[in-house]
Design a protein around this ligand. Structure first.
Ligand SMILES: [Zn+2]
Length: 153
């Protein structure tokens, strides 16, 4: 269904055949979390970070993603049809609040956010077009109720 590919920018996963929207690709157990976040963890709760292994760690970021990572269910599935040769990716701020390692995105999508730093750094109108995980929604609400925590204040 997909293969590991070695690109200039690093390893990634590439579809080897048409994968239909809604296909379950991987599962993981989010109850195996750690409190420390690194560039290899996926945030699965308020202070919970799952150390991504095997295929999960090879999922790169895109601002126009084709995968959804559901951290409550520990499921990764396709959001849209993925054609052979396309890279599998997801929008990191749907799981990450404030990332351990920030970077500049070169996905070339019309909706590219450029600076990928986590959901905390993005305006709501941008975030609302993605499938946010529950802990990200909870953190947005928590921040709204605590104006002192808002950016720039
Ligand atoms: Zn981008």
């Amino acid at each position: 269904m997909y293969k590991v590919s070695e690109e200039e920018s690093g390893k990634c996963l590439i579809a080897t055949e048409l994968i239909h929207a809604g296909t379950k690709l991987f599962s993981f157990d989010p109850s195996y979390y750690q409190e420390e976040k690194t560039y290899q963890t996926i945030q699965v709760g308020l202070d919970r970070h799952y150390l991504a292994e095997s295929f999960l760690v090879l999922l790169n970021h895109s601002c126009d993603p084709n995968l959804i990572v559901n951290t409550e269910k520990g499921l990764v599935y396709t959001e849209k049809d993925i054609y052979p040769g396309e890279e599998l990716n997801y929008f990191y701020p749907t799981t990450e609040w404030d990332m351990a390692r920030h970077f500049v995105c070169h996905c070339n999508s019309a909706k590219c956010i450029k600076h990928v730093k986590g959901a905390w750094w993005l305006p709501l109108n941008v975030l609302s077009s993605y499938h946010l995980n529950k802990h990200i929604v909870d953190l947005i609400i928590k921040n709204m109720n605590n104006p002192d925590l808002l950016q720039g204040s």
